[in-house]
Design a protein around this ligand. Sequence first.
Ligand code: SF4
Length: 348
Amino acid sequence: MTGPLLEIEGLTKHFAVRSGLLGRQVGAVRAVDHVDLSIAAGSTLGLVGESGCGKTTLGRCIVRAHDPTGGRMLYRWPDGSVIDVAGLGEKELKPYRAQVRMIFQDPHSSLNPRKTLREIIGEPMRAHKWGTKDEIDARVGELLDRVGLRPEYAGRYPHAFSGGERQRVGIARALALEPRLVVADEAVSALDVSVRAQILNLLADLREESGLAYLFVSHDLSIIEHVADVVAVMYLGRVVEQGPTEELYERPLHPYTEALLSAVPDPDPAAKRHRERIKLLGDIADPAHPPPGCPFHPRCVYAKNVCRTDVPPLREVRGRSVACHFAGELELRGVPELADPDVREVST
Ligand code: SF4
């Protein structure tokens, strides 16, 4: 296939702020603000940033759980044709929704406790009229087996399973219609460390087997380093840096990326002497009232006068996209490879 699986251009999602008896719009929360991203077939794009930066809203726009306010989402079908799915209506969206699925953060609340695994995993197949009842039941058994659960569990309810097993059920449900892109929103954040490694390895195996692409949304940069081919860093609804994982971790070009990386625990205790956590000034700004100029300037230790007045455009620097007036001029610190013995490297 030539060209990306999904190309996002200028994607914007604003939520109206209303006030008064008549509910008049008095402002807008710019949750996602002119984001450009591209996801190649079979690749993993890691999306990182603090809580409230807009990464979950962006993921929900991609699965069309939110209607974007503006921009384009160009999706490439298996026959090579491309369609803008940003403005499609519910009926036209159905085939897209079969191919782009989501895994949720909390395996406890995302599974209906009154339904058996057979009903939960079979739900998308029934909704898309995928096959007969017997065919769907047989596929549920296959999917359970594929995610490492016994097919005999199909008649049980979610409460009978641990957090890691429930997340496997959520993955089986996401895979039911053989998607080409899965949005994993903090998919392992609620799990214990050992279970987390198992789920990450399962997702990597599924990618190897079926050429799945992932948008992996996480606040945890040590996880992203192990799963992503390309990383996009979001701040206040915008992508401020995007590039190949290894290069971005070794040599960040945006001060916000540098600060996030400085907070990643170092696996080498001896190296701790040389690594200092960069404390960001204040909190992330209110997306309804972003600061003028560079949105990061009130917290940036490198800010100069121009940063307070001029918005830095996203531009190419050393093969990466960066939104900083001084990208390439600042000497920023990255991190060495983050070893995690429980998580296998994902081949690219
Ligand atoms: Fe910091 Fe200025 Fe770069 Fe913004 S443009 S990240 S304030 S140095």
